[in-house]
Design a binder for this molecule. Sequence first.
Ligand SMILES: [Zn+2]
Length: 220
Amino acid sequence: MAALDIPRFTPIEAIVGPMGAAKTAELLARAELHSFRNRDHVVAVTHLNDQARVGPNIIKSRRGKKLGAHSLETSDQVHSLLVREGLYQPNGRARVLLIDEGQFFDEDLARLAVNCQKAGIIVYYSGLDLYFNGEPWETSRAVLAVASKVTKLVARCTFRKCPEYATRTQMLIDRQPAPYNYHNRVVGDDRGSVVPKLKYTARCLNHWEVPGKPVRFSPD
Ligand SMILES: [Zn+2]
């Protein structure tokens, strides 16, 4: 009997949220699902900016789970890697691209994700959705637009004993909220930050402060 021609759909999943929301853990859980099937062809990339925090060529969740990855800087480099790894070529195996710290890459990453989808490569993207000042990260915005599935994660607000969910990343400089136009947009944390006394933490909307943020639609 001839096999039925089953339509196949290749997903692009975006896993986004503030810092401390266990995005990387969620990404690694996806990787684990594929590693159960040893024959899946998985390529993992992360951004060089995360090297200071976790070291080169590794994806590491804050809970300590790890996965070998390629530390890269641009979408072009990701593409070259996929060519070298033969990921674009159907080979009878499930082909998977994992991207951690995706917000640091250029916006062309969204185009690359769509090309992967056309080529039958499953894409999992993990990254921050918003800068500390509440504006969208351009690359995450572009990837969210083409994603077929979006997983939004929340953290726990770190302000005193606030019980609320955190959806924002607060930047603190010498324990004070960073102003809206603060130039440093590289997100790390107090363990890996290159700028002394700069700290990032998760906050709920009520405890997230950005001095100088333009106010529109004020109810007052
Ligand atoms: Zn709070």
